[in-house]
Ligand binder design. Structure first.
Ligand SMILES: C[S@@+](CC[C@H](N)C(=O)[O-])C[C@H]1O[C@@H](n2cnc3c(N)ncnc32)[C@H](O)[C@@H]1O
Ligand code: SF4
Length: 473
């Protein structure tokens, strides 16, 4: 498979200063979650429904060394801030068994379509995978081993909530025995008022400590804690208390997520959070983390206290640094090959119906499939690169046959001239100054159609503030 020819919108060149300003104005949506509103911005690349089943497998021909993500869409309750595909908790119990059966069938469908592949990373995400009965996770691991080559050095990672990790130590021990080696726990915030406001009432802070003890006792040596900032009304004092609480758990890694409002139940609150506030929170978190001995290059959201570890899972690290293609299985999961982007059924309505219908008909459960132009694929690769604060030069060149300077001459010139990024032999990286203007910088590398949507103030359904551009620092 080769590239789709670029749409005229994607070939449009914009003034970098205008795109930068639009990214800052729309800072709630100019981030690593790319593309923005794919149904409109990627329309020229959409594969007709009648061809999806034949084209999707072609996209994987010749690819080996891929990532695997498996989505488990179950939670006890749905947190107000959550942007992920989670099935209504009220129907969890009756849905869980059928869901795992469908998931196993999806593995079989992919195996028939593309044959076995070697994995370079594997994440079990959600949702809250440990809510699932243990035999289902055991079955999942066994199915992965049967259908893919999973080398022993690949660190398999799983997500958990503190509650389940505190109350089900036996499951953690079993995961370790199954070969899962990294565990990521969402603490998010310790502010009682905020927890109440985001509908995470069922959280008790002593669960975090018990969860950490159970994780260690199970054998895990790679323990990550997720924290969130950028909530409306979140104070610096609250941010500091949250970080100190996380440090006391002594995880190897701490990942900071800035709240993304789009598509969440808190979407209407986005306009109450300014970029300056978010930057102050991010700077405070960074200084406290560095003081505590954690490290991350400027702009990276995962901090680690290990010397030879990126902090992120192998699956994510390979995606971010090398642009490694990944298959996403499960409800609403996303897959990216070198030339296509696909979304499984269920991402929008968070219901099993369409996913089930397709699998029962013996079809890959893909809802939207896009055959990408180089511009669309560059936008995707570079946006994800910003998880680590910079773009890996050799990966970009290998994927697109061009240097960053050749593909984005005006944009690279702009970021260097303005001191927003710096050039190293390996990468083009955010500077401390550029990190404050991250949302403007990332938008510079979007495909033309997505830049156009941002400039029209049309990138998504969130309330965004409309203020003049202020360049501080
Ligand atoms: C898929 S969730 C799984 C974690 C686990 N279910 C929990 O809540 O403890 C992974 C992480 O994404 C982050 N997250 C969830 N919703 C988000 C949003 N709207 N914006 C930014 N980060 C978000 C949270 O930090 C969360 O821990
Ligand atoms: S944040 Fe975690 S626990 Fe809350 S709804 Fe999302 S996936 Fe579930």
């Amino acid at each position: 498979m080769d590239w789709h020819p670029p749409s005229s919108q994607d070939e449009t060149r914009f003034d970098p200063a205008e795109v930068f300003a639009a990214g800052l104005r729309q800072h709630h949506i100019a981030n690593t979650a790319y593309p923005i509103h794919h149904v409109t911005t990627m329309r020229p690349y959409r594969i007709p429904r009648t061809e999806v089943q034949s084209i999707a497998p072609q996209a994987w021909e010749g690819l080996d060394g891929i990532g695997l993500y498996v989505h488990i869409p179950f939670c006890e309750t749905r947190c107000g801030f959550c942007e992920y595909t989670v099935i209504d908790p009220a129907v969890r119990e009756e849905t869980e068994g059928p869901y795992f059966d469908l998931l196993m069938e999806e593995f079989a469908l992919w195996r028939r379509a593309i044959g076995p592949r070697r994995l370079t990373g594997f994440d079990i995400g959600g949702g809250t995978p440990p809510l699932a009965p243990l035999p289902q996770i055991a079955r999942l691991m066994e199915t992965v081993h049967r259908n893919f080559t999973l080398p022993s050095e690949v660190e398999v990672s799983i997500e958990t909530t503190p509650k389940i990790a505190a109350l089900a130590p036996g499951k953690l021990r079993a995961y370790y025995r199954m070969g899962i080696r990294r565990i990521s726990m969402g603490v998010q915030t310790v502010s009682p008022r905020l927890l109440e406001a985001v509908g995470r009432r069922a959280t008790r802070l002593d669960w975090d400590r018990r969860a950490a003890e159970n994780i260690r006792a199970a054998g895990f040596r790679k323990f990550n804690v997720d924290l969130m900032y950028g909530f409306a009304g979140q104070s610096l004092k609250g941010v500091e208390a949250t970080l100190r609480h996380a440090l006391a758990l002594q995880p190897e890694h701490i990942t900071l997520y800035r709240m993304r409002y789009k598509g969440t139940r808190l979407a209407s609150q986005a306009g109450r959070v300014t970029r300056e506030e978010v930057n102050r929170q991010k700077e405070l978190l960074r200084s406290l983390l560095l003081e505590a001995g954690y490290r991350a290059p400027v702009g990276k959201n995962t901090y680690t206290r290990l010397l030879d570890d990126s902090g992120a899972s192998d699956y994510l690290t390979n995606r971010v640094v090398y642009g490694t293609p990944y298959l996403g299985l499960g409800l609403g999961a996303q897959s990216l090959s070198e030339h296509t982007l696909a979304y499984n059924a269920g991402a929008a309505d968070k219901r099993l119906r369409n996913y089930q219908r397709k699998i029962s008909a013996g079809q890959l459960p893909i809802q939207d499939l896009y055959h990408l132009s180089p511009q669309a694929a560059m936008g995707k690769f570079i946006s994800v690169s910003f998880y680590f604060g910079g773009i890996h030069r050799a990966s970009f060149r290998r994927k697109f046959g061009l240097t960053l300077e050749e593909a984005f001459p005006a944009e690279v010139d702009f970021v260097l001239r303005e001191g927003l990024m710096e050039s190293t032999p390996d990468s083009l990286r955010l500077t401390p100054h550029g990190d404050k203007y991250y949302n403007g910088v990332i938008a510079l590398f979007y495909a033309g159609a997505v830049k156009g949507a941002l400039l029209e103030g049309n990138g998504g359904r969130v309330t965004v503030e409309r203020r003049p551009l202020t360049v501080d620092g």
